[in-house]
Design a protein around this ligand. Structure first.
Ligand SMILES: Nc1ncnc2c1ncn2[C@@H]1O[C@H](COP(=O)(O)OP(=O)(O)OP(=O)(O)O)[C@@H](O)[C@H]1O
Length: 276
C-alpha cells in the first residue's frame, strides 16, 4: 500500500470547523493540541452508571486505543461522542470550542467525526468503487446522485482512497466477494471518502487473519497523523502493534492511561483484567 504517499494528498482539509485559515494554510484551531475531549461525563441507564465521571483528551493526529473489560463503557463512550447517546451531565468538545452535546448524529458526522462499527456494512451487490462513490455522497438513499458523473477531483479522491485501503486492483469487483478483512478496509475507505478529521474505529481486528491484522496495523498507522484515530479493541496483540497511547476504561471511568507497557504493568489494570 502506498498509503503514506497518497494520504498527504487525500487529506486536503475541508473548510470545516475545527480548521481555520492561517499563514500556513488550513490549520486545526487546536494547533495540533486536543481535538476531542470529554469532561466530567456521566451516563446512567435505569440507575446503572455506565459512564462515571469520564475525563479524556485526545490530541489531533493521535492513534489512541481504548481498552477495558466487558461492560467498561467503551461503546457508550463512542455513542456519546457521535451523538447516538446523550449523557446526563458533562461536556464533550471537538476542537477547543465546538460543543458536541446538542448536535445530532448527522451534524457530528458532518463536522468531521466518522465512525466505523465492528460489523462491516458495505453494499455487497455493488462494486468496491461504487461503494466508495456512494459514501462520498453521504445520503445513501439518493440513487440519482450516485449515478451522476464524478468530477475529476472526486475521481482523483476515490482513486487515492482505493490505493490507501489497498483495493485498487479489485475496484470493479463486487464488494460481496471481498474477504472479511477487505470489507473492513472498504468500510474505512467509505469513511475516508467524506474526509473526516477524526475516525472512531470499533474492533477492527475482530475476525481477521494474522495477515489481515498486519495490513490493518499498517493502514491505521498510516491514517494517524493526518487524521486522529481512536480504536476500541479487545485483541491485546493488535493493540500493542498499533497503539502509541492506551486508555484503560473500567466501570465507566479512566483507570489508567499511557503506553502499552505502562498500562500492562499497572497493578490496578492487572487486577481488573484478572478479575474479569
Ligand atoms: N441502552 C442501554 N440500556 C441499559 N444498559 C446499557 C445500555 N447501553 C449500555 N448499557 C450498560 O452499560 C454498561 C457499559 O456498556 P458498554 O456497551 O458501553 O460497554 P463496553 O465496554 O463497550 O463492553 P463490551 O466490551 O462488552 O462491548 C454495560 O453494563 C451495559 O449493559
Amino acid at each position: 500500500m502506498k498509503q503514506l504517499d497518497t494520504l498527504r494528498e487525500i487529506m486536503r482539509p475541508d473548510e470545516v470547523f475545527p480548521f481555520v485559515h492561517s499563514q500556513k494554510g488550513l490549520e486545526p484551531i487546536t494547533d495540533r493540541g486536543v481535538i476531542l475531549s470529554l469532561e466530567g461525563v456521566n451516563k446512567s441507564f435505569d440507575g446503572f452508571k455506565a459512564i462515571n465521571d469520564l475525563n479524556m483528551a485526545i490530541d489531533a493526529g493521535e492513534l489512541r486505543c481504548i481498552i477495558g473489560p466487558n461492560g467498561a463503557g467503551k461503546t457508550t463512550m463512542m455513542d456519546i461522542i457521535t451523538g447516538k447517546t446523550v449523557p446526563d451531565t458533562g461536556r464533550v468538545r471537538f476542537g477547543q470550542t465546538m460543543n458536541l452535546l446538542g448536535m445530532s448524529e448527522p451534524e457530528i458526522a458532518q463536522a468531521g467525526i466518522g465512525r466505523k462499527f465492528q460489523k462491516p456494512t458495505v453494499f455487497e451487490c455493488l462494486t468496491v468503487a461504487e461503494n466508495l462513490e456512494l459514501a462520498m455522497h453521504g445520503d445513501k438513499s439518493v440513487w440519482a446522485t450516485f449515478r451522476a458523473t464524478l468530477s475529476g477531483e472526486q475521481q482523483d479522491h476515490l482513486d487515492k482512497v482505493l490505493t490507501t485501503i489497498g483495493l485498487q486492483e479489485g475496484a470493479k469487483g463486487q464488494a460481496g466477494s471481498l474477504s472479511h478483512g477487505q470489507k473492513q478496509w472498504l468500510e474505512i475507505g467509505m469513511l475516508l471518502m467524506q474526509r473526516p478529521h477524526v475516525l472512531l474505529v470499533d474492533e477492527p481486528a475482530a475476525g481477521m487473519t494474522h495477515q489481515e491484522m498486519d495490513k490493518t496495523t499498517e493502514l491505521l498507522n498510516a491514517l494517524a497523523g493526518d487524521h486522529t484515530v481512536v480504536v476500541v479493541e479487545h485483541d491485546m496483540d493488535f493493540v500493542r502493534s498499533i497503539a502509541r497511547r492506551v486508555t484503560v476504561l473500567h466501570q465507566g471511568h479512566v483507570l489508567a492511561e499511557g503506553t502499552m507497557d505502562d498500562v500492562q504493568q499497572d497493578q490496578r489494570v492487572i487486577e481488573v483484567y484478572l478479575g474479569e
